[in-house]
Design a protein around this ligand. Structure first.
Ligand SMILES: Nc1ncnc2c1ncn2[C@@H]1O[C@H](COP(=O)(O)OP(=O)(O)OP(=O)(O)O)[C@@H](O)[C@H]1O
Length: 97
């Protein structure tokens, strides 16, 4: 969660520096919110699994792996969206048209 919050702070700074549009802010907000929300759900799954199954059980491991996988999927999609938003602005900054 600390890593996700750090990444969210970087996204906000990059958005301010690169001057992204209102629609781009909306895309970034949905991405950041989705990743942090998915991480919250993953943490909730971990707590519940530890509560109901403190001993080693393959099904408990799979439940945690699926929850962690969901975070990974959302994070990769958010990274792709972030690249799509920031790349044109970064290129404009380096080589203005
Ligand atoms: N009760 C269990 N039985 C079997 N395997 C488990 C069990 N608890 C955890 N595991 C395995 O260990 C991995 C790590 O579990 P853990 O609870 O330490 O999550 P974590 O590393 O703290 O995750 P995160 O970094 O998202 O907080 C799980 O993905 C799962 O594969």
């Amino acid at each position: 969660m600390r890593i996700h919050l750090g990444a969210a702070a970087l996204v906000v700074v990059a958005g301010l520096v690169l001057g992204v549009s209102a629609v781009e802010w909306a895309v970034l907000a949905v991405c950041v919110g989705s990743v942090i929300g998915a991480e919250c759900l993953n943490t909730a799954v971990e707590f519940v699994v530890d509560l109901v199954c403190p001993q080693f059980d393959e099904r408990a491991g799979r439940a945690k792996d699926c929850a962690a996988g969901a975070v990974l999927v959302v994070a990769v999609a958010a990274a792709v969206a972030g690249l799509a938003v920031f790349t044109p602005h970064a290129l404009d900054l380096i080589a203005p048209r």
